[in-house]
Design a protein around this ligand. Structure first.
Ligand code: X5A
Ligand code: ZN
Length: 672
């Protein structure tokens, strides 16, 4: 396999060689085992062997000084020679952190490992990668250690990437459960680094208890709008909460921003069972969070470990992340039922705040009337913090099922092409193993008449779908004479057979037959058809002014409607159909194909017209897992399109809760 499709894994056992040497309840969870269990899980699952192992190095002074002050560096340099008492005293000037004679060495390795990852990705040695490091980084500041962090690994690496590779736009996604205030401070005036962080906040009652972690801190001067904080004001949040914020806030802004490099402050204290986060998201959610970033920046994603303190969910989450970076099929996302009210309130506030800075959010609703800053002040007044009893905390043991194994079918992409057309490189020509079922032929004949070519193609296609359903084939591409007719036959077949739910995404102006409302198929029809067909729960006509040819309009439709609908519908197969005249650009099509592979375990079947030869290569490339090319910074979607999409979203959110973006416009309790 080509190196540029590979995933780097950077780890060194040396980073386990420091620990807390005295009693400190705030720090006792940050243990060396965090790293050993994570690495062992990667070994045991065989994931480590599939990665390119890149050695760590020590960051040098010059690297560290990109972010930290000389005084601070000199102070940390003394720690290896300190006595136990000196170390304890030194530690006291900082918050929730501890020092050890070997931590300076490890901190240099952690920062250096992150720089090695940047170099591997930027030189094309690998496509993406993960660095498993200790100590973590995102809380440490210019002149201060904080929150288990000594040097700010990701901030140093972002500055390094700007300097060494001349990168103009960097996205940092901080999915750790704590606010990476160190990263925020480092880049608050810098518009070339977009920092996104969600974090447990509880109206400032949760550590680090900062006013500036709230949604209304957006960055300063030139950097205004390039700092995005999503405060969580409740614990127990679930997969739906995380995914809805990714889909409705981070992704639209990220696509508009168009980063050249993506860092993930990959803390897994957001996962279930974590004593710090107290959230309920399952490890498989990190597969989706990772995948949704992998079509940005031409796939250049650098994940760097931050927190994560449950020694069971941490290694599981690390494995889900690495396995996704390697390109394995995603786990089917279970019970996505929409965000809870508190998460929705946070989403609403952050969208309202950032609509001044991002054109994709121009239409976002006003802040809710019971604005939260007042709530925060009130909460602070009558606050009577009840410290949770530590033993009590540990007593209630949280259990969750082991993540399912993510097995890659032996065939990645199968194709069905008419005779005379050669099989695209990297694909496998699909030949049905059995003769078609006579009942099926009879049924097809009834709807098709006697055209034997069409009949053969269709029965072959249905056999292919069956193989995909049995997980023997991951994805498929079919070139057919008539895409609409083929699609209609497949819908009919789905209704009368016991196959899984199918999400159909149709790009083009041809009129499509209304589909059944039995919930087996959902059709999202993206077109420029002026006649707005009747929308139902499962038939969603999306009419864009310039159809699929307008990049921002289409991406906006995909993120605000298609993706949340797809996640909530949870299909077993995605049928992606394009007509030759639909006008979609090659790169946008690849983005769509790439993103949709988050659904149905990557079971995407693309239908195109046989004469449409130029679309074959880009489609195959996306189906084979190549990241879609960047679309360039996006302009504002047309206001007509935004209006149409908003109208649809408002209507549909009664049935599909993942479409919600505000707390007020839907009365949550009146439709139970
Ligand atoms: C990296 C990280 C958490 C510090 C918590 C202190 N730090 N209470 O997760
Ligand atoms: Zn954390």
């Amino acid at each position: 396999m080509n190196l540029d499709t590979k995933t780097a894994l950077i780890y060194d056992e040396e980073m386990t060689q420091y620990k807390l040497l005295w009693v400190d309840p705030a720090c006792k969870i940050e243990v060396p085992e965090r790293l050993t269990v994570s690495y062992e899980a990667l070994m045991k699952t065989g994931l480590a062997d599939r990665c390119v192992s890149v050695p760590v190095r020590e960051a040098i002074d010059e690297d560290i000084l990109l972010v930290h002050s000389e005084d601070y560096l000199e102070a940390v340099k003394q720690t290896p020679y300190m006595t136990l008492e000196d170390l304890q005293e030194f530690t006291l000037q900082y918050g929730d952190v501890y020092f050890h004679p070997n931590i300076y060495h490890c901190a240099k390795l952690a920062a250096g490992a992150t720089l090695q990852l940047v170099d591997s990705v930027m030189t094309g040695k690998v496509r993406n990668g993960m660095a498993l490091v200790r100590p973590p980084g995102h809380h440490s500041m210019c002149s201060a250690a904080n929150g288990f962090c000594v040097f700010n690994n990701v901030s140093i690496a972002a500055k390094y990437a700007k300097q060494k590779y001349g990168i103009k736009r960097i996205l940092i996604v901080d999915w750790d459960v704590h606010h990476g205030q160190g990263v925020q401070y480092c880049f608050e005036e810098d518009p070339s680094v977009l920092y996104f962080s969600w974090h447990r906040y509880e109206h400032q009652k949760f550590w680090p208890n900062l006013r500036e972690s709230d949604y209304d801190t957006v960055g300063k001067a030139m950097g205004a709008g390039f700092n995005i904080n999503v405060p969580w004001n409740k614990v127990g949040l679930e997969n739906s909460d995380y995914l809805s914020v990714f889909i409705h806030m981070l992704l639209p802004v990220a696509y508009e921003f168009c980063p050249e490099l993506v860092f993930v402050c990959a803390g897994f204290d957001t996962a279930i069972g974590d004593p710090e986060g107290e959230m309920c998201a399952t490890p498989d959610v990190f597969a989706h969070l990772t995948h949704l970033l992998m079509n940005l920046a031409n796939g250049k994603v650098c994940a760097v470990l931050e927190g994560g303190y449950n020694l069971k969910s941490l290694p599981q989450s690390v494995c889900e992340t690495v396995q996704t970076l390697l390109g394995d099929p995603l786990p089917q996302p279970a019970n996505l039922t929409g965000p809870c009210k508190s998460a929705l309130e946070s989403l609403h506030c952050v969208r309202a705040t950032h609509r001044n800075y991002w054109s994709c959010l121009k239409h976002a609703a006003d802040l809710p009337s019971n604005e939260l800053s007042t709530k925060r002040v009130k909460l602070a007044e009558d606050e009577n913090p009840v410290e949770k009893n530590e033993e009590e905390k540990e007593a209630k043991e949280i259990v969750w099922p082991d993540p399912l194994k993510r097995t890659s079918p032996s065939v990645r992409t199968a194709v069905v092409v008419p005779e005379g057309i050669t099989c695209p490189e990297g694909c496998q020509l699909f030949c049905p193993s059995e003769d078609p079922d006579p009942n099926l032929i009879k049924q097809l004949q009834e709807s098709l008449g006697r055209d034997t070519d069409d009949l053969t193609t269709l029965s072959t296609l249905i056999a292919l779908m069956d193989q995909m359903e049995k997980n023997r084939i991951r994805s498929g591409l079919a070139l057919v004479r008539d895409v609409s007719m083929t699609m209609n036959c497949i819908v009919q077949h789905a209704a009368s057979s016991s196959c899984n739910r199918i999400l159909i995404v149709f790009l083009g102006d041809e009129v499509v037959k209304n589909i059944t409302e039995d919930g087996k198929t959902m059709l999202v029809h993206l077109s420029s058809n002026s006649l707005e067909s009747e929308m139902t729960k499962y038939y969603i006509p999306v009419c864009l002014k310039k159809g699929c040819s307008d990049v921002s309009g289409l991406i906006h439709a995909v993120l605000s409607l298609l993706l949340p609908l797809g996640y909530e519908f949870d299909p077993g197969l995605v049928l992606l159909v394009q007509t030759p005249d639909c006008g979609v650009s090659e790169n946008t099509w690849q983005q769509l194909t790439g993103l949709l592979q988050a659904l149905a375990q990557g079971h995407t079947l693309v239908l195109m017209k046989e004469s449409d030869q130029t679309s074959v290569a880009p489609t195959v490339s996306s189906l084979l897992g190549t990241p879609a090319p960047s679309l360039g910074p996006l302009s504002a979607p047309g206001s007509d399109d935004v209006e149409v999409l908003e109208r649809l979203r408002l209507k549909l959110q009664r049935d599909w809760k993942l479409l919600q973006t505000t707390v007020s416009e839907i009365k949550c309790d009146d439709d139970g």
